[in-house]
Design a protein. Structure first.
Length: 307
């Protein structure tokens, strides 16, 4: 890897840079930037309007061949600012802010709304794009507005009513999210802490948190027809349960395996290739389809070169 200031723009660009993800595997970025200001972010857009934004890499698998687009991280002080108004419940956070850190700060400030998202590794930008959440709520429920820039470098502001939040989906992907505003409710800090501890205990109990993974690999599918023993048409059912009942726990490919603790987690070991994870995902999805006639779709984002 080498780093140099771009000849026409002020931003520093690293070449052949590793892309840090929670899987801990995958290819490199031909070009990587961590802009330190709005102007440097605009430089990035000018250099490559197709740039890819990296959050915390917690929902991401990068193909072994890496990616040619400029990869941009907003985990720099310019996008790690947080403003909390405990009186009104208004919270403004930059896209690079760590979600677990914001949860802790809002609990300390006696504000409720984010504590149910405990145990979800993310930046605020990545959490919004993925509408991160689970059985204790989702981030789209408490966001008021999202700011960012579009691929031409123009500022964009989206009110929550304009954002089509759905299960693990926001429609925000094309925008470069730089900041979000939340409206939280006043609450007792000790009660919030106790609830947050419960959420964390539930996660620790049900998920392999000490292994390298990207959380749930597949989305929970909605049934298109009644499936005996699984659920009625229209029900959203757990992909982990389907994977488990199809007998996939423990299935392995290269250094990737289906977690014994949570069927919807694929865990990786050092030296594992992204190709092994993709092959294992295909095998799991095929077995679930064979067993139940139910198609499961990836929840994780896969970055790969366009053919
Ligand atoms: C142990 C573990 C447990 C998990 N548990 C949960 C869970 O309970 N619920 C859940 O929903 N998820 C869970 N996940 C998945 C992950 O935490 C979420 O999807 C999270 O929202 C990813 O955020 P990120 O910042 O890491 O985004 P990344 O993985 O870095 O990126 C995800 C996508 O968002 C885009 N993106 C990121 N930031 C921006 C931005 N600023 N502007 C535009 N696009 C952007 C990226 O380009 C990419 O397409 C878990 C993951 C792990 C490893």
């Amino acid at each position: 890897m080498s780093v140099a200031t771009h000849p026409e723009h002020g931003v520093r660009i690293a070449t052949n840079a590793p892309i840090p993800t929670w899987f801990g595997i995958g290819g490199r970025a031909e070009r990587f930037a961590a802009p330190r200001s709005h102007e440097e972010l605009l430089d990035c857009v000018r250099i490559d309007p197709s740039l890819r934004i990296l959050g915390d890499g917690a929902n991401l698998l990068v193909d072994d061949q890496g990616v040619p687009e400029l990869v941009v991280s907003l985990k720099t002080p310019a996008w790690e600012r947080v403003h909390i108004d405990a009186r009104t419940g208004r919270v403004v956070a930059g896209a690079g802010v760590s979600l677990p850190r914001l949860i802790k700060s809002t609990i300390d400030a006696g504000l409720s709304g984010l504590e149910g998202l405990g145990g979800i590794p993310a930046t605020i930008g990545g959490a919004l794009v993925m509408n991160a959440g689970g059985r204790f709520g989702q981030i789209g429920d408490v966001v008021q507005s999202v700011r960012g820039v579009d691929r031409t470098g123009l500022d964009a502001v989206r009110d929550r009513r304009e954002i089509p939040f759905e299960y693990r989906k926001s429609g925000l992907g094309a925008m470069i999210v730089t900041e979000a505003e939340f409206l939280l409710a006043p609450a007792n800090t000790e009660k919030l802490r106790a609830f947050h501890r419960e959420v964390m205990a539930y996660k620790a109990e049900s998920q392999p948190l000490n292994a390298d993974s990207a959380g749930c690999v597949f989305k929970n599918p909605t049934l298109h027809a009644d499936v005996e023993g699984i659920g009625p048409k229209g029900a959203r059912v757990s992909a982990g349960m389907l994977i488990d009942r199809a007998g996939c726990k423990g299935m392995a490919e290269g250094g990737a395996s289906v977690s014994e603790r949570h069927g919807n987690f694929i865990v990786t070991s050092r030296g594992c290739s992204a190709a092994s994870v993709i092959t294992l995902m295909d095998r799991v999805a095929a077995r679930v389809l064979d067993t139940f006639g139910i198609r499961i779709e990836p929840e994780i984002v896969i970055w790969r070169r366009e053919p």
